[in-house]
Design a protein around this ligand. Structure first.
Ligand code: ADP
Ligand code: ZN
Ligand code: ZN
Length: 709
């Protein structure tokens, strides 16, 4: 192309730079700066902003397409510094960030800077160069050591693939790059499939991104990956790293030096110049959705990124999210057929899943209904004792930590409410505190009822602490242990506790959902859920899906060794043994469960048949929060075609830390219609929020594809 201006070299170029700007600033796109010469898009720069100098990313031409163009007054300021020691962030990275910003209704600058390692934003060019030099030196030493070891390390012995693993891998080999659901029972060897597929990709000179839902699960996977790919560079990325480690690992990924990146949801944004495969393990896990700020779903962004970069995305689960299942169901079965579905129904080694037994609490004559604390059936206690005697382990699942969820005075009716939240404070017996699990407010347990002085205030209900105490009392011969967020607060505590379970020092392990996930316990032959009924009647439309996944995953902790598989059992204590969720669980019939759920979702107009967003508001009063939402509805109702706006309501827990919360649901059968609507509504709501701040509105945000409503 010839342009008449080409010969007139400009004195300085105008450069669009995105910087971190809070949502309420109304800055959605890039700001213009001057540079003596053109800078490639994706370059990291430092630019003046107000009185500060901040880190920003040079963007392309269309940086303001994401919303209102950035207005600027006065002459343009020059770029302060260019990080030219660092390769520019690749186009695919910029596209992913721009998509995420648009889709989740955040500003481009917020999204772009949020997903960079925090430390990177603190450094100037000289400091960064020093880091890079140190990193290069460390890697050279690593390489020398690896070379010295070479030869003494035998190749890791690969297990022989099970027929279903071999089949899955064969189909993966011939599939075009696309999203694939690897639907495999717990213990079917999904990880082995990830590793083999990763090996192919590594051998082709590409990088692998492997995501797990929780930090707790990264060391375990890291050990396995490191063992398999000795000699390859493996780095992890999660919020548990120090800022310096996180920057170092990110730099290795971005500069193409790391071969495998293992990480939690934030790792989906890692720039990887040679990306060849994305794995999302336990793709159904709610931890993939960020729950504050930019509320993105790393699972969904992984799928988008795979399409964008033309690489396969392997989504693994025994109980896929209904969204993923729907996309993996062929059209003939009512799905979209967008994903390839690979099934691995059998456990490796031929052991079956534990037999599921529903213990009908209403038929336990010695245990009257309503007894405090809720009953543990005699049969269950006997079964636990029996296992302990045989040297086998049991896992007792209760998804509620603390001693008791509430303290109660039977004289005057006082309950241990939180003064700052609309929630009860939980009684923790170990340190004799009443603790609010929502705002953290904690106090010593009063000796007597604060309202009437009654000395006899009682715990109501049961948490893991109490369950542990009850089991220890009922089973004096057994060694009872516990794993939950309280026990494992301190660094290393979880590892120590897990090690003692693996070493056989615990007969009965009490735990929350934390232990149900991922862990490869070898000697557990009984898993019991003692109070799983609450989820059956929860108002949240995803409660059943989550509960089914949790129970099935917990069941998967039993019988992992073939020699104990045949006598392994999963027990469910329930008042509702005929409930369809439990009936599907008994036969491990995920497709039947999913089909029923999908039917309900279809008739209720819920995902995956409709797209949802929440407009959330927080205020000094409930009225203030709701008034903003009401005004937000009125401001857009004239042109809100294609979407349905529901009335503003208080959130399920309406007050947390003295802040009142309300929300309104926005629904559309068409995702693009919802997106168009939100993009149009944002600036209107932004202006409105400014007015409502005076009357007590504190914060507001849009949550696209909310986990619960
Ligand atoms: P999943 O992720 O599906 O729950 P894992 O990949 O953790 O299952 O595998 C369960 C167990 O089986 C692990 O201990 C793993 O080492 C082992 N395993 C996996 N594949 C094989 C195989 N082909 N032969 C022997 N053992 C295997
Ligand atoms: Zn009282
Ligand atoms: Zn509180």
């Amino acid at each position: 192309m010839h342009s008449p201006n080409q010969t007139e070299a400009p004195a300085a170029c105008r450069i669009g730079v995105v910087v971190e700007a809070p949502q309420h600033s109304g800055l959605w796109g890039a700001l213009d700066y001057l540079s003596p010469h053109p800078l490639p898009a994706g370059s990291l720069v430092r630019v003046p902003l107000g009185r500060r100098v901040v880190t920003g990313v040079v963007w392309g031409e269309d940086a303001s397409a994401n919303g209102a163009a950035a207005a600027h007054e006065g002459p343009l300021k020059p770029v302060a510094e260019v990080f030219d020691a660092l390769p520019p962030l690749p186009a695919a990275w910029r596209q992913l960030v721009a998509f995420a910003a648009g889709y989740y209704q955040r500003s481009l600058g917020e999204m772009a800077l949020m997903v960079l390692p925090p430390e990177l934003r603190q450094l100037d060019q000289t400091q960064l160069q020093r880091r890079l030099k140190r990193l290069d030196k460390a890697m050279a030493t690593d390489d020398a050591q690896a070379a010295a070891r070479h030869g003494s390390n035998p190749e890791p012995a690969l297990p022989e693939l099970s027929p279903q693993q071999a089949d899955a891998l064969a189909r993966l080999a011939e599939a075009p790059p696309q999203s694939v659901l690897l639907w495999g029972s717990t213990g079917s060897g999904k990880t082995e499939v990830y590793l083999r597929q990763a090996q192919r990709v590594l051998e082709a000179g590409r990088q692998v991104l492997m995501m797990v839902p929780e930090i707790n699960l990264t060391p375990q996977l890291e050990a396995r990956v490191a063992e398999r790919f000795a000699g390859r560079r493996i780095v992890s990325l999660h919020s548990g790293l120090t800022p310096a480690q996180r920057l170092r690992n990110w730099l290795m990924a971005h500069r193409g030096q790391a071969d495998v990146v293992l990480g939690t949801r934030l790792s989906v944004f890692t720039p990887l110049p040679r990306l060849g495969l994305i794995v999302v393990d336990e793709e159904h896990d709610p931890s993939y959705k960020q729950q504050d700020g930019a509320r993105y779903s790393a699972r969904d962004l992984a799928v988008y990124r795979g399409r964008l970069e033309g690489v396969p995305v392997l989504l693994g689960s025994a109980t896929p999210s209904l969204e993923t299942w729907f996309n993996a169901l062929p059209g003939s079965e009512g799905g979209t057929g967008r994903y390839l579905r690979l099934s691995m129904p059998e456990r490796v080694g031929g052991g079956g899943m534990p037999r599921v037994r529903l213990l009908d609490l209403s038929r336990s004559p010695q245990l009257p209904r309503g007894q405090e604390p809720p009953p543990l059936s005699r049969e269950l206690l006997d079964a636990l004792a029996e296992r302990a005697e045989r040297g086998e382990q049991s896992l007792v699942l209760l998804n509620r930590r603390g001693y008791a969820p509430v303290l109660h005075c039977s004289d005057c009716g006082w309950k241990s409410g939180c003064p700052h939240c609309s929630a009860w404070r939980v009684f923790h017996k170990v340190d004799r505190t009443l603790r609010c699990h929502h705002c953290g407010f904690s106090e010593r347990v009063p000796h007597a009822c604060p309202d009437c002085g009654n000395q006899d205030i009682q715990p109501v209900g049961r948490g893991t602490e109490r369950l542990e105490e009850q089991l220890a009392a009922a089973l004096p011969q057994a060694r009872v242990g516990r794993i939950d967020a309280d026990v494992t607060k301190h660094k290393g505590a979880l590892e120590a506790q897990l090690a003692s379970v693996h070493a056989g020092e615990v007969d009965v392990l009490v735990g929350t959902q934390m232990v149900a996930k991922g862990h490869d316990f070898r000697r557990i032959t009984l898993v019991a859920a003692v109070n799983p009924d609450a989820a059956l009647f929860a108002s949240d439309f995803r409660a059943a899906e989550r509960q089914f996944a949790l129970l099935l995953q917990a069941a998967g902790r039993a019988g992992r060794d073939a020699d104990v598989a045949d006598r392994s059992e999963m027990w469910i204590q329930t008042w509702h043994p005929t409930h369809p969720l439990y009936q599907a669980l008994v036969s491990y019939d995920y497709p039947a469960f999913a089909a029923r759920q999908l039917q309900e979702r279809a008739s209720a107009g819920l995902p995956p048949y409709a797209s949802l967003a929440l407009l959330r508001a927080e205020g000094k009063t409930q009225e203030a929060a709701q008034a903003f939402l009401q005004a937000a509805i009125e401001a857009v109702s004239a042109w809100a075609g294609g979407v349905t706006l529901y009335p503003a309501v208080p959130t399920p827990i309406q007050r947390v830390a003295n802040v009142e919360r309300a929300q309104l649901m926005i629904e559309s059968p068409q995702r693009p219609a919802l997106q168009r609507f939100l993009t149009q509504a944002q600036p209107v709501w932004l202006a409105l929020a400014g007015q409502h701040r005076r009357s007590g509105l504190i914060r507001w945000a849009v949550d696209v594809d909310p986990l619960s409503i």
